[in-house]
Write a protein that binds this ligand. Structure first.
Ligand code: NAD
Length: 299
């Protein structure tokens, strides 16, 4: 049976690792936050005391970290610590599910290949609810053979597993998706706020738009107006979820990619500026649907 090392047990990594345990796999976990490790230990994981301890004897390593720099530090090392590429078992298979820039993903894949290790980028979509339910969408970049190996593991945490193309292409697919998500969430907040300002009940308006051409993922599964949808972060003080600072990061990745390919992204730029403003107002840790409060406060 595969032993899997899982590093990064935050809003997404925690429930993803739990699903691997539920599938009967042996999981060794590590996070910089001791509480996150403890939670997984009580779900049956081996609580590693360090990254080195986590990858010992593991044939598969999965990382779920905030951003590009964390991923480069963890795999390649820095002036304070050795990277995973020098610590994993011979032949270990490496999967990074964080959302990072495609260039960094390709760099890690190349450095892994130089050591005879397979690495795929496999960012996800589906939010915390999808991570808990094991219904995430994985968008994978890597060779055909590496994709086949990845599918076998990712199926325990997700429902749809796509092969986007070569190394880094998983990240590019994810970045395009989140550029659209940032725009859709901004538009959904804007339309709901306009309706409320003009005397409509947000529940009634949401139902109308759900059966009309404004229907979209944010409205259907992640309504940003508190009280409309019991299960959405909005009805729980905008926690937990996909933090506004992570949406700002992803929109920045979209704009960087657009600059490289000389693509026009006027809507993405607007959404990024909205999130920059929202983050600067102290909302970094709140779920990204809290952008609704920005509209509400602009009276
Ligand atoms: P999070 O901040 O909740 O979790 C990240 C975890 O990584 C934290 O627990 C942190 O302590 C840990 N970490 C950071 N550096 C570490 C290191 N060197 N060693 C060990 N642990 C380390 O973030 P999240 O919401 O779980 O998101 C993780 C990634 O998934 C991000 O790239 C995000 O963009 C992406 N993502 C998130 C969502 C979502 O809904 N939250 C959805 C899709 C994709």
């Amino acid at each position: 049976m595969n032993t899997i090392a899982f590093i990064g047990l935050g809003n997404m990594g925690g429930p993803m690792a739990e699903n691997l345990l539920a599938a009967g796999l042996k999981v060794r976990v590590f996070d910089l936050m001791p509480d996150a490790v403890k939670n997984l230990e009580s779900a049956g994981a081996y609580a590693a005391s360090s990254m080195t301890d986590a990858v010992e004897g593991a044939q598969v390593v999965i990382t779920m970290l905030p951003a590009s720099q964390h991923v480069k530090d963890v795999y390649l090392g820095n002036d304070k610590a050795t990277g995973l590429l020098d610590e994993v078992e011979d032949g270990a298979f490496l999967i990074d599910s964080s959302t990072i820039d495609p260039h960094s993903a390709r760099m890690v894949a190349e450095r892994a290949a130089q050591k005879g290790l397979d690495f795929v980028d496999a960012p996800v979509s589906g939010g915390v609810a999808g991570a808990k339910a094991g219904t995430l969408t994985f968008i994978v970049g890597g060779s055909d053979a590496a994709f086949a190996k990845a599918e076998d593991i990712l199926k325990h945490m997700g429902k749809n597993i796509f092969h986007a193309g070569k190394a880094g292409d998983g990240q590019m697919g994810k970045i395009c998706n989140n550029l659209m998500l940032g725009i859709l969430m901004s538009g959904t907040c804007e339309a709901l706020n306009l309706g409320i300002d003009n005397g409509l009940d947000p529940k009634v308006l949401s139902n109308i738009m759900l059966q009309s051409s404004g229907r979209n993922w944010a409205l259907e599964l992640y309504n940003p107006c508190p009280g409309v949808m019991e299960t959405s972060p909005a009805s729980n003080g905008y926690r937990p979820g996909f933090m506004s600072k992570l949406m700002l990061k992803d929109l920045g990745l979209g704009l960087d990619a657009a600059a490289m390919s000389k693509s026009s992204v006027p809507m993405g730029s607007l959404a990024r500026n909205l999130y920059a403003f929202h983050n600067a107002n102290g909302n970094e840790e709140l779920d990204f649907s809290s952008l609704f409060e920005f509209y509400q406060s602009e009276k």
